[in-house]
Design a binder for this molecule. Structure first.
Ligand SMILES: *Cc1c(COP(=O)(O)O)cnc(C)c1O
Length: 503
């Protein structure tokens, strides 16, 4: 019989120390052989007698870990917007596990966990140049998808209540009556989500919430699909018997482009939405970090993030540009009353708290989960450790690398930067955030481009399609970016795959 509990604390500390002292991987992925070999090591059935602590640690470390891709730990993994984890965030994540603290109910005489979570959120507001007091409904979620679910849930509650206020005098709540009856009472027969270049999770959120994927309507301009066609937007908002949520893509995953380009754009959206009782939700999963930037070099991004404080709710991701471990997103909303109407656990006396109007809200009554991981701690620790300028520096390095790659592509005979544009090099580069979309000019090479780049095992990129053709994408989101060194390697790989094709 092996009882894991009988082994000493020193085995645990040795294992954790080993994990944190391992060098960062130089390969972006394990080899196929390693993947297959490690997969075979998985226990096929539940052992009757457990392996015990020491043997299980060995099993994880030696048999299984080599088969994990550890993509976020590699500095040259540029597939998807994954982010990495700053060292302080990694360590505090172990802290979270060791403490096993539930952050569910605000119990100020028993724990400061909810104070830490709320402080992490207000520091985050400061980082993003939002007034913490303007966002009284704020919480950590499992990621941006979950935050989008919260945004649409709050929006749904709000727009139906607004429609009711205008058409009847009755207090009307989806949380109370359900969507069918609430819509019936409000005299509306349609809820539409009006957006441009949405992330796929927005439609997923619409499906979960009973709004339906078909309710997501893309109304981008023909000449600039990421921008709202304001004429179309106005005509849809005006439609009788319908209520609307406007979802602003504050940086889109394929191109890194933003839906708005200045305070006036957001002001125009705000006044239109106020006129028609619509809710504005911003999906700023990684774009919202653009608000830490300063200086002329970043003016286009700064403008694209201007006015986002006029939104009703905002989605942000922790595991992307905040560079904390997975299982972390955040959600901000200006409407505290809506939070309670949507997420309140009714009649749960055993969960009661002393929620005064100015106190910290119990997380269980303002988000999806009841019992929750203390995911706020790595955010708190990383914000404290780096400060505003540390995060600004991190993002500036990521943007400089992206612009370096884009410049190389613009000057190259073999590659073409996407979306195609007639703008000057300078203007094009000033609009680049952390995504670089491109393709090879040679059609044969372009078809195999992603695979050829990945086959070098030096860098990793992901594929997408652009105007019906394959395209390739760098997403720069790791705190470890070293502009000079990484750019050298990337140029070398991009030249290597062209040379291999022609030789
Ligand atoms: C990544 C991303 C999401 C989804 O985030 P998860 O953390 O993977 O749930 C949503 N919206 C945008 C714009 C994203 O980039």
């Amino acid at each position: 019989m092996n009882n894991p509990d009988s082994t000493t604390q020193s085995v645990i500390s040795a294992a954790i120390e080993r994990l944190h002292s391992e060098p960062f991987p130089s390969d972006v992925l394990p080899s196929q052989a390693t993947i297959e070999a490690t997969r075979k090591q998985l226990l096929a059935t539940l052992p009757n007698d457990g392996l015990g602590l020491t043997e299980t640690i060995r099993h994880l470390q030696d048999d299984l870990k080599p088969g994990l891709n550890g993509a976020s730990r590699s500095a040259n993994y540029y597939g998807f917007v994954t982010g990495g984890a700053t060292p302080i965030a990694s360590i505090s994540d172990n802290f979270v596990t060791a403490c096993d603290q539930n952050v569910q109910v605000h119990l100020p005489t028993e724990t400061i966990a909810t104070d830490i979570e709320d402080r992490a959120l207000s520091l985050l507001c400061e980082l993003l140049d939002f007034k913490p007091e303007s966002w009284p409904h704020r919480t950590f979620t499992t990621g941006a998808t979950a935050s989008n679910v919260l945004g649409l849930a709050c929006g749904r509650e709000y727009v139906i209540a607004e429609a009711s206020a205008h058409r009847t005098d009755a207090e009307n709540s989806v949380g109370e009556y359900g969507i069918v009856e609430a819509m019936y009472r409000a005299g509306i027969d349609k809820i539409q989500i009006l957006t441009t270049v949405p992330h796929s999770s927005l439609s997923k959120a619409a499906s979960i919430l009973g709004l339906g994927r078909a309710s997501v309507k893309t109304i981008g301009r023909e000449d600039a699909p990421h921008k709202f066609d304001m004429k179309v937007l106005r005509s849809l908002l005006e439609q009788p018997s319908s209520a609307s949520i406007v979802a602003v893509s504050a940086s889109e995953v394929n191109t890194g482009l933003f839906a708005t380009s200045g305070l006036e754009d957001m002001q125009e959206l705000r006044s239109l939405c106020d006129m028609y009782g619509a809710w504005i939700h911003v999906d700023g999963a990684f774009g919202i970090l653009g608000r830490v930037l300063h200086g002329a070099k970043y003016e286009a991004i700064i403008q694209a993030c201007a006015g986002l404080e006029l939104a009703d709710s905002i989605t942000g991701d922790g595991h992307k540009l905040l560079n904390v471990p997975y299982d972390c997103g955040f959600f901000l909303s200006r409407h505290r009353n809506i939070a309670e109407r949507v997420f309140q656990n009714p009649n749960a006396a055993y969960l009661a708290t002393s929620n005064g109007p100015d106190s910290i809200m119990s997380p269980l009554n303002i988000g999806v989960e009841n019992s929750r991981r203390f995911r706020a701690l790595p955010v708190y620790a990383s914000l404290v450790a780096y400060g505003k300028s540390g995060y600004r520096d991190m993002l500036e390095r990521q943007i400089e690398l992206s612009r370096g790659i884009a410049k190389f592509i613009l000057e190259s005979e073999d590659y073409e930067l996407l979306p195609e544009s007639d703008a000057s090099t300078e203007e094009t580069l000033s609009g680049i955030y952390i995504i670089v979309l491109f393709r090879a000019k040679n059609e044969e090479l372009n078809k195999r481009l992603i695979e050829s780049i990945k086959a070098t095992r030096k860098i990793y990129v992901s594929g997408t399609s652009w105007n019906g053709q394959p395209a390739c994408r760098f997403a720069i989101s790791n705190w470890r970016v070293d502009v000079k060194k990484d750019l050298l390697l990337i140029r070398e790989v991009l030249q290597e795959v062209v040379a291999a094709k022609t030789s």
